[in-house]
Design a protein around this ligand. Structure first.
Ligand code: PEP
Length: 251
């Protein structure tokens, strides 16, 4: 079985409601003939349901950018997995570097969110990636291994069919400094090896590993050509119809 190819756009805290709807409509018009590729958008939570309603029956799925790990409760300002599901979302971003490094999310939080998502039939896109200082100290593999192992603690081989991993080196996110295709592919290969160690070769072979970090129309081809890069998670370049479509439609 071939690995799924996924092109995801993380809109972060951008786009008012009408802008979000216009962006989705533009994308839907441009992806009718992309074959097996999956497209996913992560709009701001208040618009997730509106975006999901527009995407119903199309090749574009919707996710939220964050949620709490409890089903419900006195957690002011948080979104519960029940609400993510109710809004029509298929995916949830978990452990994005901005959640880890700006909001202090730990590997333990990431793991709790992964388990809650699976319990609620929501597919986690688990983000992992090293800081620049960790790469410079030669700690990249150690950091990736820790984040993958802790993030997946308690996930069964069967549940791995619903997991996507995104390698997003923190030094490449929003900086314009994209990882070279070789650097990214090596990290993806390593992540797959870690998954194989936890499960088996078949599970590792099937898990989609996306690259994220300053992906643009002019660098997507080199990245997507690599054996272990199964798609991308795009921030800035996913905010405009043309640039995201150029990425999604890469040859
Ligand atoms: C991201 O937010 O996940 C991301 C990769 O951002 P950018 O593409 O802007 O670097």
């Amino acid at each position: 079985m071939a690995r799924r190819k996924i092109f995801a756009g993380n809109w972060k805290m951008y786009k008012k409601r009408q802008e979000a709807l216009d962006l989705v409509k533009g994308l839907l018009a441009g992806i009718a003939d992309i074959g097996e590729r999956e497209v996913v958008v992560f709009p701001p939570s208040p618009w997730a349901k509106d975006v999901a309603d527009l995407c119903r029956g199309s090749q574009m799925a919707v996710g939220m950018q964050n949620m709490h790990f409890e089903q419900e409760g006195a957690f002011t300002g948080e979104v519960s997995p029940l609400m993510v599901k109710d809004a029509g979302c298929r995916y949830i971003l978990i452990g994005h570097s901005e959640r880890r490094h700006v909001f202090g999310e730990t590997d333990d939080d990431v793991n709790k969110k992964v388990m809650t998502a699976l319990k609620n039939d929501i597919e986690p896109v688990i983000c992992v990636g090293e800081l620049l200082k960790e790469r410079e100290k030669g700690l990249t593999e150690e950091v990736l291994k820790r984040q993958v192992v802790k993030g997946l603690a308690g996930v069964s081989a069967e549940q791995m069919k619903n997991i996507v991993i995104a390698y997003e080196p923190v030094w490449a996110i929003g900086t314009g400094k994209v990882a070279t295709p070789d650097i990214a592919d090596e990290a993806h290969r390593f992540i797959r090896k870690v998954v194989e160690g936890l499960y088996d070769a078949k599970t590792a072979d099937l898990v989609p590993v996306l690259y994220g970090g300053s992906v643009k129309p002019d660098n997507i081809a080199g990245l997507f050509a690599k054996e272990h890069i199964d798609g991308v998670l795009v921030g800035g370049a996913s905010l405009k119809v043309d640039s995201f479509l150029d990425i999604v439609r890469v040859k």
